[in-house]
Design a protein around this ligand. Structure first.
Ligand code: PLP
Ligand code: COI
Length: 371
């Protein structure tokens, strides 16, 4: 009798995980030295998650292995056609030592939307969440405990089939790596300067702007370098040369004099989980929140008339960071008043309060990873 094993696991429950411990894991002293000053994206933990997908076998062979190089065939489709997606989220240590993450089902759902756009297989949410727990089970000691530090989690998926024809790959890999993180911007939560990119666009109608895919970031590097040349930390992209979209790696929110918060509505930006959460907290406080098309002229004119008192950037890496200045080729907007920066910082304080377990999680946003 032949027994057909169900390789196409429909959920985490059907998968048997294997863990291979890293024999060369960092010593506690080496790890503590890294955690004392992690920076952002510079150091990685001792292990990683690795799950395979194939057209025939579905999701299979989930494992936790020592962190290290990935062997790829030089013809692997990702190296040629950039069929790749990723996510960004954080693990937070609470005062009692427990480890939590924030709205992971939102990251799982967004990764499924990105997968659809990039013709990659959709990873079931419970496998996505289980992979985070499995990694924390071996690398939990890497979650730092100093204020405002966290373990940045980077799930990613790519086409590994060796094939040069242009079509969706039939073999795909899903990985999770983790990197201890401090502030994304040097200088912590000081207001940042933003460069307005008018020569380059990040995304277009019908493109991949709403997906979290490497190509969007590759195309932002040149304008980001232009921003740096002008002394700015991030670049702001426009749609059709006039509508605000987002920054290279963050969403943007404008603050009006009456306390209204306005954020661009567009189907070519990444729907940020931080933005959604911060705007919910603002609504809870009674602020009016609008998601609508907003032009760069509205920002210029509003800043000049005093109707717009500031702006802030938000994202997993940046949390909530006030924007002090927008610099363009032929004009500049400077926000010097305290009101908008104070609002941004108090929303940041409330959001991080929830994430670190200091403030009641009244929306049920946290998920424990180490239990
Ligand atoms: N927009 C872009 C282009 C990003 O890279 C990010 C960061 O992930 C965001 C917005 C904010 O998304 P989130 O708040 O989910 O991190
Ligand atoms: C994140 O905030 O998770 C991102 O992916 C943005 C990047 C600037 C690190």
């Amino acid at each position: 009798m032949t027994i057909n094993l169900p390789l196409q696991a429909p959920s985490a429950a059907g998968l048997i995980w294997q863990t291979v411990r890293n024999e060369n894991a960092k010593s506690p002293e080496e790890r503590e030295a890294v955690l004392a000053d992690p920076g952002f994206g510079n150091h990685f933990t001792d292990h990683m998650v690795d799950v395979c997908w194939s057209e025939k076998g579905g999701w299979h062979r989930p494992r936790v292995t020592p962190y290290g190089p990935i062997q790829l065939d030089p013809a692997a489709a990702v190296l040629h056609y950039a069929q790749e997606i990723f996510e960004g989220m954080k693990a937070y240590r609470h005062a009692d030592g427990s480890i939590w993450t924030f709205r992971p089902e939102q990251n799982a759902a967004r990764m499924q939307r990105s997968a659809k756009r990039l013709a990659l297989p959709e990873l079931p949410s419970d496998i996505f969440i289980e992979s985070l727990k499995k990694l924390i089970a071996v690398d939990g000691d890497w979650v730092p405990s100093a204020p405002e530090t966290s373990l940045y989690l980077r799930p990613f998926m790519f086409a590994k089939e060796a094939f040069l024809g242009v079509r969706p790959a039939k073999k795909v890999a899903f990985y999770v790596i983790a990197s201890p993180a401090g502030a994304y911007f040097h200088g912590g939560v000081q207001p940042v300067s933003i460069w307005l990119s008018t020569n380059y666009a990040r995304a277009g109608k019908g493109g991949t702007g709403a997906a979290k895919t490497g190509g969007n970031y590759a195309s932002s590097l040149l304008p980001q370098a232009e921003a740096a040349e002008h002394g700015c930390q991030q670049v702001l992209f426009l749609d059709e040369g006039k509508y605000l979209e987002e920054l290279g790696g963050m969403n943007v929110v404008l603050v009006y004099k009456d306390g209204t918060l306005v954020t661009p509505e567009s189907d070519s930006i990444l729907e940020g989980i931080t933005r959604d959460s911060v705007l919910q907290l603002a609504k809870d406080r009674g602020h009016t929140v609008e998601s609508r098309k907003v032009t760069i002229d509205e920002w210029r004119e509003g800043a000049a008339s005093g109707d717009i008192v500031g702006a802030f950037a938000c994202g997993t890496a940046a949390v909530v960071t006030p924007i002090g200045r927008l610099l363009a080729e032929d004009f500049e907007i400077v926000h010097e008043g305290d009101a908008a920066a104070e609002l941004a910082l108090s929303l940041r304080e409330e959001l991080t309060g929830i994430q670190y377990g200091r403030v009641e999680d009244r929306h049920g946003w946290l998920l424990r990873l180490d239990a």
